[in-house]
Design a binder for this molecule. Structure first.
Ligand code: NAP
Length: 294
């Protein structure tokens, strides 16, 4: 069997187009322009690339970017002052602090200082709690994109066995909560899970988010399963060069899975599209408007 490729580029372009149309209508009908502040601390090259891509996408969607760059030496107090300023700014509807932050910064304290209504990354404990309680709120972008991609293959996940490998607050745990909300039967696996291949083997939907290059082998996968590969790993290749691979051994998996996301071009572009969607939702909520349904 050769798996259907889940084309994250095309699916995310479609979502971004819908968000852009909704932003245009908001501006035309209500005079509201959503604003997103992306805060970058220091000079982590990967973070700089992510932030540049996010800002470009924000501008292309018709939203206002309010990017802020701070030196590596910034203190907790200075960062908290900036968050307070952005919380109070009515033009800023969404705030994203690019992670990871430098080691001397208390990341939990910074994330918890963001107004939950502007927390477009969905990492604030209040939004995490709302998701776990089945209440509406802002949901982390990457897991939201994963579930949207899975639903392009299987519009109803009800009753399916879903396995999420990874239990981070950013990807694994919220992905599991979203799958549960879709009525899947969910298992969360992690580095202490016994017999991971057997656990993966019962998954109709498998989300791999461990940060371990090509760890999920073809023989771990249930034939016909939908496999969503979140991993972004840079591995060395000959000639001193490197390339990006996922957490799934793609060449093997595509012979077994029913549908599979590529890396790159799968979950990555969906994450940015979902950030725009969350900023639009946050703007609507802050203005007592119903969130557009796509
Ligand atoms: P993380 O915070 O490092 O968490 C990794 C999780 O995987 C942990 O729960 C860990 O288990 C588990 N794990 C690690 N090694 C394992 C193993 N050998 N077997 C089973 N489980 C294992 O990473 P993250 O932030 O969730 O990110 C995961 C991956 O997704 C990374 O490659 C990251 O680059 C990528 N990512 C991609 C996007 C995107 O937009 N495409 C966005 C975010 C992240 P323990 O809890 O037991 O340690």
């Amino acid at each position: 069997m050769t798996a259907k490729l889940i084309d994250g580029k095309t699916i995310s372009a479609d979502l971004r187009g819908k968000v852009t149309d909704a932003v245009h209508r908001l501006r035309r009908d209500r005079g509201i322009v959503p604003g997103l502040a992306v805060v970058l601390v220091g000079k982590n090259p990967a973070s700089e690339v992510y932030v540049r891509n996010k800002s470009k996408a924000v501008t292309e969607s018709g939203m206002h970017p309010f990017d802020r760059q701070l030196p590596e030496s910034v203190t907790d107090a200075e960062l908290l002052d900036l968050i307070a300023e952005l919380n109070a700014d009515p033009q800023v509807n969404g705030i994203l602090v690019q992670l990871p932050l430098p080691k001397h910064i208390d990341t939990h304290k910074i994330i918890s200082a963001i107004d939950p209504a502007k927390d477009v990354d969905g990492f604030h404990p209040l939004n995490a709690g709302r998701l776990a309680s089945g209440l509406p709120g802002l949901v982390p972008c990457t897991p939201l994109g994963c579930v949207m991609l899975a639903k392009t293959v299987r519009p109803s996940l009800a009753g399916l066995e879903a396995v999420v490998i990874g239990r981070s607050n950013i990807v694994g745990k919220p992905a599991a909560q979203l799958l549960l909300a879709e009525n899947a039967t969910v298992t969360i696996a992690h580095s202490k899970t016994a017999d991971l291949p057997a656990v993966c083997g019962r998954a109709d939907v498998l989300i791999a988010a461990m940060g371990q290059p090509e760890m999920v082998r073809g023989y771990w996968i249930k034939p016909g399963a939908t496999v969503i590969d979140v991993g972004i790993n840079r591995i060395p290749v000959s000639g001193g060069k490197s390339r990006i691979v996922g957490d799934v051994a793609f060449a093997e998996a595509k012979e077994v899975a029913g549908a599979l996301t590529p890396v790159p071009g799968g979950v990555g572009p969906m994450t940015i599209a979902c950030l725009l969607l969350n900023t639009l939702h946050a703007t609507c909520m802050q203005n007592d408007l119903p969130a557009p349904k796509f």
